[in-house]
Design a protein around this ligand. Sequence first.
Ligand SMILES: C[S@@+](CC[C@H](N)C(=O)[O-])C[C@H]1O[C@@H](n2cnc3c(N)ncnc32)[C@H](O)[C@@H]1O
Length: 299
Amino acid sequence: MSIDHEFGGQHTEIKLSIVEGYLNAFTIALRSHFKNLWYVDAFAGTGSRTVRTERRGATLVELPIEEAVERRRGSAQIALDVRPEFDFLVFIEKNRNYVAALNDLAARNLQRKVVVAEEDANSALRSLVANNNWKDKRAVVFLDPYGMEVEWSTLQALAATQAIDVWFLFPLAGLFRQATRKLTDIDDHKRGVLTRMFGSNSWEAELYPDGEPDMFGILPERRRELDPRGLERYVQNRLSEIFGAVLKPLALPIDRAPQMFSLFLCISNRTPEAIGLAKRIGNHLLDPKRHLIVRSPAQ
Ligand SMILES: C[S@@+](CC[C@H](N)C(=O)[O-])C[C@H]1O[C@@H](n2cnc3c(N)ncnc32)[C@H](O)[C@@H]1O
């Protein structure tokens, strides 16, 4: 089955190349220490993605570009291609058509242990964590949602395993939209989304602190003063409360504002060895300097 899954842009390339780099380093480093290395793609898509380049006429500094449609690997295919191999791969996806494409991908890889689950990512991850022993395995979970789908209780369950490294493309633009400037603009829907995402309503006091009363004792309107970078730091601090370590994220897209996402690596293991290894690999991959694009005039 050939399903078109068109998404992302340059930041998608960067995100996937970082995750691929980590997966390769992960299985190389841990292969001889663990019999069970798992990969879990909780928002798996189809295994491939369609990239469309629009036709552009020539300009004084650029050659013309013809329209092109290209199929590239998505995260599920990338994980299957990692060597040394993962022993077990779980692809979770809610969209029925995408699940069919993932089943085809699994059928083309019958020699591998692959499970495709047509489920909500949160409930599937929580039951995966609850129904397995995490003492004898190490895993990487990739959370690559479109929006604010990942719930705090899911992150807590992943963190509690002490065996899973989590790559999380955090939807900073989504948070920015839900956490409006004025507290009074947050309706019940937004309130529900924020509370599910952060696990309690503590975000309200933390993001909208009480100001000082004026000379008449009147309190100012409660407002969010944090800009995107401040919100990113807030998210990093919150994640650090439950994970053993959380690396400084990469802001995406890299070459233009506004920031839409923060790519986080969260390490659930608490041992200095595991944290040290993940940091060495992760900090290198997340370094923004590695991803700067230098364009030549006629490119
Ligand atoms: C950005 S795409 C993932 C792309 C994928 N990582 C790749 O590289 O090909 C997000 C995917 O999450 C799926 N999705 C959205 N909400 C979901 C949920 N609650 N549970 C599981 N999958 C969900 C969408 O159908 C979509 O395929």
